[in-house]
Design a protein around this ligand. Structure first.
Ligand code: 5GP
Ligand code: ZN
Length: 152
């Protein structure tokens, strides 16, 4: 039977998503309610709620993948002016999906107001509008292409 956890379903390819990266331990995909252009989530494929439930090497691996994604985003011109690498670890820290994940969120100068509105919806758990699946697929494809150009 499929897991009730949406991120476990994505990791098992049982729920629709725009895949950016996958290996034996981690996967990365486009956030459905992006807080910036090209917002990606990096997750362990094994279900844990908080990142400290993972062994140290796997925690390091997640951040290594997040750094590769950051590099690929910048190659595409996203987040040149800045990026959030964000881990909401636990309910009190606004974690809404109880499967550990790292956000890699490109920002642009003067996108503050737009992002603040979305962030407010995000922390209340209401979220904003969903990005179109076709746009997410296109962004994921661009990121996969960039990531293929360099290994680490
Ligand atoms: P958190 O608030 O837990 O740090 O962030 C959870 C993130 O997961 C949010 O940015 C939200 O947009 C994203 N999210 C929630 N459900 C889905 C989903 O079904 N697919 C994708 N791709 N992202 C999701
Ligand atoms: Zn899970």
């Amino acid at each position: 039977m499929s897991s009730p956890c949406i991120f476990c379903q994505i990791a098992a390819d049982e729920a629709p998503h725009a895949l950016v990266y996958k290996d034996d331990d981690c996967c990365a995909f486009m956030d459905i309610h992006p807080l910036g252009r090209g917002h990606v989530l990096v997750i362990p494929r094994r279900h844990v709620v908080q990142v400290t439930e993972l062994e140290g090497t796997l925690q390091d691996r997640l951040f290594q993948v997040a750094r590769r994604i950051l590099k690929a985003q910048r190659q595409l011109g996203w987040g040149i002016q800045g990026t959030h690498i964000l881990l909401n670890d636990g309910k009190a820290a606004n974690q809404t999906v109880p499967h550990a994940h790292i956000h890699v969120i490109p920002r642009e100068s003067r996108d503050g107001l737009k992002s603040m509105g979305r962030l407010l919806l995000h922390v209340t758990g209401l979220f904003g509008p969903r990005q179109k699946p076709a746009v997410l697929q296109q962004q994921a494809e661009s990121l996969r292409h960039e990531m293929d150009r360099f290994q680490e």
